[in-house]
Design a protein around this ligand. Structure first.
Ligand SMILES: [Ca+2]
Ligand SMILES: [Ca+2]
Length: 284
């Protein structure tokens, strides 16, 4: 077979494989919940896991908190589908899954939440949201796989409408009662702070889709007000596993070399079979 024919056969084979794989991917996109579920904290620590096996799970730990709890996405407050984050990443509720981690801290001592992913989550594949940023401030910083800080522009990433109040969208979560306040953003070279200047409201939210790979995230909750005052933040994290073959290089299957090899082998086998079929047809 000439070089041109080989190329043509391979192109045909690749197109056929793409046709076989594409419906699977789009069906998955339509049914997958991107939002991770927080385990109930044990001594302030736990896991963040995702239903899509191609996603990268994480562990979380907290420090200097008044209390920490994981809450169902149906428990009074959630990010609605009509909000800026919901439009791209889906709603966090109302669902039974514990898509929200609530952290309470006291005025004197900023509380801390650290999330460490099993592997770096690739640029554009991670959404991070913090809500109830009203009488308090939350500062976010992140590190890559080498332990280097992301810049504030990498943390901010690609989001257009970065602050909003989820109570302004319809249908609003059940805890909402018409609040509209939103936090104000400031930054250092390697962190972004969302600062609320309201009293105790609902729905003030900031969110990020970092434009660099993220291995770990640190949140610091700083409560305004008088000594002894307790404030809280709600945290939500979503992942969209990158499309194949990137998902197989960076996703959950990377830990199981056998499966990775099998998938690669099956794709090659499929190419050969389809290619062989194409050659057979040519000979008729
Ligand atoms: Ca708050
Ligand atoms: Ca509040």
């Amino acid at each position: 077979m000439g070089q041109k024919n080989v190329l043509k056969t391979l192109t045909t084979a690749a197109a056929c494989v793409a046709l076989i794989i594409a419906p699977t991917l789009s069906a998955q996109a339509a049914t997958t919940s991107y939002w991770g579920a927080w385990s109930d904290p044990s001594s302030g620590s736990g896991t963040l896991t995702f239903s899509d096996p191609a996603s990268i799970n994480a562990t979380y730990s907290t420090k200097d908190t008044d209390s920490v709890e994981s809450d169902a996405g149906s428990d009074g407050k959630w990010l609605p589908e009509s909000s800026p984050v919901g439009a791209d990443w889906g709603a966090t509720g109302p669902v039974d899954a514990k898509t929200r981690l609530r952290l309470d801290a006291v005025h004197e001592t900023p509380g801390e939440l650290n999330v460490v992913f099993d592997e770096p989550v690739s640029a554009g594949s991670l959404a991070i949201a913090v809500s109830d940023v009203d009488g308090d401030a939350v500062t976010i910083s992140a590190k890559d796989d080498s332990g280097n800080d992301l810049s504030f522009t990498e943390i901010n990433g690609t989001v257009q409408t970065q602050v909003f109040n989820f109570c302004t969208f319809s249908p609003a979560p059940s805890d909402c009662s018409g609040d509209t306040d939103v936090p104000v953003l400031t930054n250092t070279a390697t962190s972004v702070t969302a600062d609320g200047s309201a009293s105790n409201t609902e729905g003030a939210t900031v969110w990020f889709v970092p434009s660099a790979a993220v291995k770990s995230i640190k949140f610091v909750s700083d409560i305004h007000g008088a000594p002894g005052e307790v404030g809280h933040h709600d945290f939500y994290i979503a992942e969209k596993p990158a499309l194949y073959p990137v998902a197989y290089n960076t996703g959950g299957l990377a830990q199981t070399g056998g499966e990775q090899t099998n998938v690669s082998f099956m794709v090659v086998l499929a190419l050969m079979l389809v290619g062989g079929g194409a050659v057979a047809i040519r000979r008729l």
